[in-house]
Write a protein that binds this ligand. Structure first.
Ligand code: SF4
Length: 437
């Protein structure tokens, strides 16, 4: 009887890729949703901010309470990397702590811990990651680590300096996924626009675009997490020229006040940030997503109002709002003028309302337009409504479209790209009619 694996991936899409790498290494395990039945339980944790840390620890402890005797509990990922020594002392419930560099050694770590997981369970030649959640879309990691020094961020302290994958390795991974039927890709890292800068190559993303375009079978791609000061107009033009990469611009700017951007060590001030954003917004069919942090030390009411005013009027398609989280090892942690937690929460609420309004406006502007979409399956809403996503949108975060009718009376295939016309909006969900089934 095969051993059973229960795996939980917390945090961001970069973490998800790492989880998928571990699943690839453990392909001979039978996956189970029932943690009580599992011989191995892995929690791939997030250690980015306080709320994520708490969620990670609670998840591990809950799974520990329910697990069967003789099972192995693994705490992997960012939290484990960041606080390994402390956690080893404080969480004796965990059998294996492993950090961010050990994903493709998870098999060896398990064998070390328990010989019952004999080598034959693991030896899979050329084990590849197992992509979860989709049969046509995959996240592809560009690099690990980060060379930026953002005042509020602890990631470089535990993920280390930027370490880009080479282009060949990325292309090989994409080619192998295309052979399995994947055609839509999201390229991710901490700071994607710095890709290959650690190898003294300034236009890494442009080289990536050229290379991916040569792979037959890739139909749709987008790059997540552009950093302002490493994003060039030349890169934006190359994205715009590409037949495959969408004009999808995900650039977390975090603030817009000049003094705050300087304090945050974001590289670019207000003027240059706006210049880039306006260039993106001016490109055909562009989609601009950003994030802001509220309540960074020294943020005055005036600075916050400036940010709100900008967020309200710029015309972002989507905005993420994060409340400042005080993280040790960061420069902001040592700053004296901290903002009161209640004020941070109220600022987050105010900006959150503006973000919601920005999404509404962006969606309303789609009504009447022709779009390309992928049907993912039946919707949760009604059996006659299909759930779809605009091809430009990133999965899970940018929205859902209901397909409620079609011009021709033919069955629509799931996971296929269609042209459609957006006919209406209800709440935050668009409705469309497919026109070329
Ligand atoms: S770009 Fe800034 S916020 Fe993002 S990982 Fe690097 S240091 Fe952190």
């Amino acid at each position: 009887m095969s051993n059973k694996l229960h795996i939980v991936s917390l945090g961001c899409t970069k973490n998800l890729v790492d989880t998928e790498v571990m699943m690839g290494k453990l392909q001979n395990f039978e996956l189970t949703d029932e943690s009580q039945d599992a011989d191995v339980i892995i929690v791939n944790t997030c250690g980015f901010i306080d709320a994520a840390k708490e969620e990670s620890v609670n998840t591990v402890l809950t799974l520990h309470e329910e697990r069967k005797e003789d099972s192995v509990l693994v705490m992997a990922g960012c939290l484990s990397e960041r606080y390994k020594d402390d956690l080893m002392k404080q969480m004796p419930e965990v059998d294996i702590f492993t950090g961010v560099g050990d994903y493709d050694h998870i098999d060896e770590l398990l064998i070390e811990k328990k010989s019952k997981f004999s080598d034959e369970v693991f030896l899979i030649d050329g084990a590849e990651r197992v992509v979860t959640g989709s049969t046509y879309h995959a996240y592809i990691k560009l690099s690990e680590g980060c060379n930026q020094t953002c005042s509020f961020c602890a990631i470089p302290s535990f993920k280390g300096k930027l370490n880009s994958r080479n282009l060949d390795s990325i292309a090989t991974e994409v080619e192998s996924l295309v052979k399995k039927g994947f055609y839509d890709f999201s390229f991710v890292s901490q700071d994607s626009s710095s890709y290959l800068r650690d190898q003294n190559i300034k236009d890494g993303l442009s080289l990536l675009i050229q290379r991916i375009e040569l792979i037959e079978g890739v139909k749709s791609a987008r790059i997540l997490y552009l950093y302002p000061s490493t994003t060039t107009i030349a890169l934006l033009k190359n994205i715009a020229k590409s037949e495959i990469f969408h004009n999808y611009f995900d650039m977390p700017i975090q603030h817009i006040n000049d003094d705050m951007l300087r304090l945050m060590k974001r590289g670019f001030g207000k003027e240059k940030t706006i210049e880039l954003l306006e260039f993106m917004r001016g490109l055909p069919n562009s989609f601009v997503r950003t994030s802001f942090i509220v309540g960074h030390p020294n943020e005055t009411d005036e600075m916050f109002e400036e940010m709100c005013d900008f967020a309200k009027h710029f015309g972002f398609d989507r905005i993420n709002v994060f409340s400042y989280s005080d993280e040790e090892t960061t420069p902001a942690y040592d700053m004296k003028t901290k903002i009161d937690a209640e004020l941070i929460a109220s600022r987050a609420q105010t900006l959150g309302d503006i973000a919601s309004e920005a999404t509404n406006k962006s969606l309303e502007a789609e009504v009447g337009s022709n779009v390309e979409l992928i049907i993912d399956g039946e919707s949760d809403e009604h059996e006659y409504l299909l759930s779809a996503r605009k091809t430009i949108w990133a999965p899970d975060i940018d929205g859902e479209i209901y397909v409620n009718d079609r011009a021709k009376d033919e069955d629509l295939d799931f996971f296929k790209i269609y042209s459609a016309k957006v006919t209406s909006i209800a709440g935050k969900i668009l409705t469309a009619t497919v026109d070329n089934a």
